[in-house]
Design a binder for this molecule. Sequence first.
Ligand SMILES: NC(=O)c1ccc[n+]([C@@H]2O[C@H](COP(=O)([O-])OP(=O)(O)OC[C@H]3O[C@@H](n4cnc5c(N)ncnc54)[C@H](O)[C@@H]3O)[C@@H](O)[C@H]2O)c1
Length: 272
Amino acid sequence: MGRLENKIAVLTGTSTGIGAATAKVMASEGAHILAVDITDKVYDVVNEINEAGYKASGYIVDVSDATAVEQFADTIKETYGEIDILFNNAGIDNAAGRIHEYPVEVFDSILNVDLKGTFLMTKFTLPLMMENGGSIINTASFSGKAADLNRSGYNAAKGGVINFTRSTAIEYGRENIRANAIAPGTIETPLVDKLTGKKEDEAGKTFRENQKWMTPLGRLGTPEEVGKLVAFLASDDSSFITGEAITIDGGVMAYTWPGEMLSNDDWKNTTK
Ligand SMILES: NC(=O)c1ccc[n+]([C@@H]2O[C@H](COP(=O)([O-])OP(=O)(O)OC[C@H]3O[C@@H](n4cnc5c(N)ncnc54)[C@H](O)[C@@H]3O)[C@@H](O)[C@H]2O)c1
């Protein structure tokens, strides 16, 4: 029997990457997955889960659209009554320049999906947890704990997600609703392809090599590794953890400064 047996779990950003992998991990632990995405690839993930003998249903929802999210929550209430788990994972990123050059519309679009989308899904589905409790997991990033060049919109959004998680944790703890954020480092997904280039391309290859030697574990993370952390936070195994932002980055954030690694070729040449 899985840790999430008979739990109803809403997951956003489930067509690809971390969301798709987490849906599969959580389904294999017994959860009924309500998979949300803006693209219809979400139905491929749902079909794969059902064909494997687990339970999933798919929904096309833009998490940044308040009306669409409210309608989605109404539909879920009519169909299932309550939910047990919410994984706010839908996100976009863009390295759009230094702040004085950063386009306002890019800043708006990232904040709308990554931060406002998290707020909207939480706001409209929380009432479906208030009777019997639940667990909310929000995908932040190590880019919400420290900053990157040219990515102020993403840094602001993910920092916001971490503190919004704390707001949720303190406001709903008495209803036995826990809220935690995860802060992944570089995880091999289509988002990294979009941001830096695919692993076959020169730019993508260089980015990955640099990420690898900067990472104490010497490699990028996999979406499945993140999915297992989310499943733990969704389950009763984490029953006294709330308001946290757990880094899952192979050790990158454990450094003070990368200078000593830059001049150490032995270090650079021992990646995986
Ligand atoms: N891959 C990484 O290295 C990394 C690191 C830290 C944090 N993250 C975060 O993890 C989350 C998942 O990213 P990923 O790497 O799996 O990327 P991804 O691009 O594979 O997945 C993102 C998903 O979100 C969906 N989405 C985008 N806008 C949406 C909207 N408005 N409404 C509903 N769905 C929408 C996309 O269609 C896609 O399926 C994101 O929040 C991202 O910021 C990723």
